[in-house]
Design a protein around this ligand. Structure first.
Ligand code: IMP
Ligand code: MG
Length: 179
């Protein structure tokens, strides 16, 4: 598995300190709000669970599953909801927790979806931002790291469902996804 990685971009230690910093900022900014973290499955599971541990104010957590990729490395541009939230979001301050923003299609869709369902506010926290590939302009409130235009895996992020269990974040060798 490690052999398929071209370069380690962020080690476990670097990720941990960034997530702690994001947790502190979020705790401060949401102290008088009704924070509901919405993790986007499956890529953001590790980020969501580490972020929760670093949030020191009361908050709720829920998950959604959406699909826009299939097993390809290019977004299809069509977003489908595979699993919706368990409870109403009326009056809640939603923070969408995402692993990586690429074209922006997924988050553009989710932002509109939540705003149309009575949330008090909707913001985005993404661990990784691949801004070079953005097609839809969206405001991102919390960004962990900028990443180059490479195929990224690890720390929850997959290629064809593999590599999610790597504890670090790295760029996948091109020959792995082009063979
Ligand atoms: P977007 O809708 O194009 O912004 O794509 C967002 C989703 O595509 C992310 O939540 C990821 O699940 C997936 N994705 C985008 N770039 C990568 C990558 O480099 N590696 C793995 N998944 C990615
Ligand atoms: Mg995702």
């Amino acid at each position: 598995m490690r052999n398929d990685i071209k370069e380690v971009l962020f080690s476990e230690e670097v990720i941990n300190s960034k997530v702690k910093e994001l947790g502190e900022r979020i705790s401060e900014n949401y102290k008088d709000k009704q924070l509901l973290l919405v993790g986007v499955l499956k890529g953001s599971v590790l980020f969501t669970s580490d972020l929760m541990k670093n949030i020191t104010i009361p908050c709720e957590v829920d998950f959604m599953a959406v699909s826009s990729y299939g097993n390809a490395t290019e977004s299809s541009g069509v977003v489908r909801i595979l699993k919706d939230l368990d409870y109403s979001i009326e009056g809640k301050d939603i923070l969408i927790v995402e692993d990586i923003i690429d074209s922006g299609t997924t988050l553009d869709y989710l932002l509109k979806y939540f705003k149309g369902r009575g949330a008090n506010s909707v913001a985005i926290a993404t661990l990784l931002n691949k801004s070079a590939r953005r097609k839809v302009n969206i405001d991102v409130d919390y960004i962990g790291f900028e990443v180059p235009d490479e195929f990224i895996v690890g720390y929850g992020i997959d290629y064809a469902e593999k590599y999610r269990n790597l504890p670090f974040i790295g760029a996948l060798k091109r020959e792995v996804y082009e063979k």
